[in-house]
Design a protein around this ligand. Structure first.
Ligand code: IVH
Length: 668
């Protein structure tokens, strides 16, 4: 019957331990490749034997059912918060109160970094994660178990079948936060304010797949009813560490006031070196008996206190706003400041995110502004403290690099230079994208070579690629006769193999990827025909015509129209035409198969590239569309499917399936 095989269970155990070594101990013992191999093996076993799958399997971190509400959880032991202290004197008062409360007894403190994240309580029953609850008002929290399961370091199963409740912080590293914001900036989305808000907002997301997309970690710092497991607090943390839960490696203990102060002072220089935000220290009486004797007030324990690090906000004068342009054409303002010292570093520039924020803050030349520098994160302007004499800054109207008229895409706050393939500031990104594997697929034309080609002046736009000769390439560093010939041959081969839809998607028009390029290409047949339509018609006419194509809505139609009318783009498209690049779109014979007559929309992150999955669906007779409508049969939802798609599916009564179910439909 369906008894999980010993092989399967030991594979689950071994992957769980590897996760722990990676995320809890930061000390992996196998390579990523080896880990991926084991994970694949596990997936295959689970697909072949769905009845074996256990709840603590590492594949079960990502749930896929969005919830509409978080059930309330009432806890027997309230989650209190901490009173704050801001300096040595404050801290001394706390120490004196503790000593007095203990009638002069000797006391040992634990000193822990106060991680700036989101408080959480994990309940394990028989060693299995049974509940993860937010703090809420302390007594009543919310059940966010499905979301917390996606957080690395949260053990789904402990090393022993223990019944235990632990508390800690869920946080996002500074690097992950910066990466998310960089991605949002390039997508023209509003940026998150800081790692704490991002982590907190993420845990309260209704959709666990959105949560899984934002990598978070956890560190645990309290064991509820710790006296059941140990005499003192640090010993109880050692115990949960043995159970396989992450505790901070920076926790220390101090046996008297001098040791406490020395430890606190040492932290001043240590805090920036940590990969996550630390806004202070938490100092706790270690002994559980002494904690009980001290008791709590209505809000705070008397045996613990937060020691807050000095704030890192200062004011300075805003001299100017400079324009910065990213590889995808998003134009952002950067504040130029009078240099000022913020906790040891000189700051002379700050990010302002986008032009909405410039307006919201009412920034003008010469204003005195409050800035904040937190860890490695770029300093930010928090507000104006004193108006200067200068006028308010207005958003630019043209790209500072190519003079194209900037556009603001619907529903987005960012200003974008639409000259995707002619703007020098976007050149590297555009060429790299054009050549990449799922676009024109020019073998051997990766980032490094693109940089070389652009820096040497040989290539100024994607059309120039088709003029390259072996002789020219041989003049570049690291190019020999063979590699030069190979690249020229690869470019020729890509030209030969290109279809109109491939060419169209590789031009990088906003939102026009391989799925949407296909129906557009089928409608017009060739790029020259699409361009002729744009020359013969007004914008509104062309937009209306494009909107008739299945899956194309007004936003995308407008982006295509704008692209085709941008003078710099026209120049590059003319150059492509002169080089004979105007491939036809093959009329696709509809395959017969299990998906004949069905329309699927594929979204989110899947285990194979989207284009591969699309090909397989088409080979099985199915049609792939770009957006969910009442004509859609299935929405295939990957790991990070957006809310909008799910809501559209619900509205149109479309069945949502995951990748495993798709495999079944494909007969695999
Ligand atoms: S102990 C009664 N330890 O800071 C004990 N809290 O301002 C309360 N925090 O709600 C918690 N690091 O979310 C404790 N090492 C640490 C902490 C910590 C961060 C957070 C926690 C708490 C808040 C109190």
């Amino acid at each position: 019957m369906g008894d999980p095989s010993t092989e399967y269970l030991s594979l689950v155990d071994s992957l769980t331990e590897h996760d722990r070594r990676y995320y809890v101990d930061a000390n992996p013992t196998i390579s990523d490749v080896e880990y991926d191999r084991l994970m694949r093996q596990l997936r295959e076993l689970e697909q072949a034997h769905p009845d074996w799958v256990v709840a603590w399997s590492p594949t079960k971190r990502v749930g896929h059912v969005p919830v509409s509400d978080f059930p309330k959880v009432t806890r027997p032991v309230a989650m209190l918060s901490l009173d704050n202290t801001y300096g040595q004197e404050d801290l001394r008062e706390f120490h004196d109160r503790v000593i007095k409360g203990l009638d002069g007894d000797h006391v040992t403190y634990s000193i822990e970094p106060k991680i700036d994240g989101f408080g959480i309580e994990l309940t394990y029953r028989q060693g299995l994660l049974a509940l993860a609850a937010t703090r809420g008002d302390g007594r009543i929290g919310e059940d966010v178990t499905a979301n917390v399961r996606t957080v690395h370091g949260v053990a789904l199963r402990l090393r022993e079948p223990a019944d235990i409740v632990v508390r800690g912080e869920i946080y996002m590293t500074k690097a992950e936060f910066a990466a998310i914001n960089a991605e949002r900036a390039s997508a023209g989305e509003e940026l998150f304010k800081n790692p704490r808000n991002t982590a907190a907002g993420t845990i309260k997301q209704m959709d666990p797949r959105e949560v899984a997309k934002r990598p978070m970690r956890t560190i645990l710092y309290e064991v509820v009813d710790g006296e059941r497991y140990a005499r003192g607090h640090l010993e109880s943390l050692d115990y949960i560490k043995k159970l396989g839960l992450p505790v901070s490696p920076h926790n220390a203990s101090a046996g008297d006031w001098d040791a406490l102060i020395a430890c606190v002072q040492a932290w001043e220089s240590k805090r920036d070196a940590l990969p996550y935000e630390v806004d202070g220290l938490v100092i706790k009486v270690d002994d559980f008996g002494q904690r009980a004797a001290l008791g709590t007030t209505s809000k705070f324990p008397r045996w613990a206190i937060a020691y807050k690090f000095p704030a890192r906000q200062v004011t300075t004068v805003l001299r100017d706003l400079e324009l910065n342009i990213g590889r995808t054409g998003v134009v952002t303002p950067v504040a130029i400041l009078d240099p000022v010292d913020v906790s040891g570093t000189t700051v002379s520039r700050a990010s302002v995110h986008n032009w909405d924020q410039v307006a919201r803050l009412g920034l003008g030349k010469g204003d005195r502004v409050l800035i904040e520098k937190a860890g490695e994160i770029i300093p930010q302007i928090l507000g104006v403290t004193e108006k200067g004499p200068g006028p308010a800054f207005a958003p630019p109207t043209e790209c500072p690099f190519c003079k194209a008229a900037l556009v603001r895409e619907e529903g987005r706050v960012a200003l974008v230079c639409p000259n995707r393939i002619g703007c020098p500031a976007q050149m590297l990104g555009a060429i790299e994208f054009f050549a990449s594997r799922h676009q024109m697929n020019i073998d051997g034309l990766g980032e490094k070579v693109v940089v070389q080609l652009v820096e040497s002046g040989l290539v100024k736009d994607v059309a120039d690629l088709f003029d390259l000769t072996s002789l020219q390439l041989r003049g570049l560093e690291r190019f020999g006769e063979l590699s030069a010939n190979n690249l020229v041959a690869a470019i020729a081969a890509a030209k030969q193999a290109a279809t109109f839809s491939k060419l169209l998607s590789s031009l990088g028009i906003t939102n026009v990827g391989s799925v949407l390029a296909r129906p557009i290409a089928q409608r017009y047949g060739r790029l020259s025909a699409l361009r002729a339509a744009s020359e013969a018609k007004h914008s509104d006419e062309l937009v209306a015509e494009l909107c008739e194509i299945e899956g194309i809505g007004e936003t995308i139609a407008r982006a295509v129209d704008r692209f085709l009318r941008e003078p710099h783009v026209i120049a590059v498209l003319d150059k492509l035409k002169q080089r004979g690049i105007d491939p036809a779109e093959p009329v696709s014979a509809v395959a017969e198969g299990p998906l004949t007559g069905k329309t699927l929309v594929v979204t989110g992150t899947l285990t194979a590239p989207r284009t591969d999955i699309q090909k397989r669906i088409e080979a099985a007779g199915g049609k792939v569309a770009g957006s969910v409508s009442k004509k859609t049969t299935y929405l295939v939802a990957g790991a990070d499917t957006g809310k909008a798609k799910l809501e559209a599916a619900q509205k149109h009564g479309v069945t949502v399936i995951d990748e495993v179910e798709l495999e079944k439909l494909l007969g695999g």
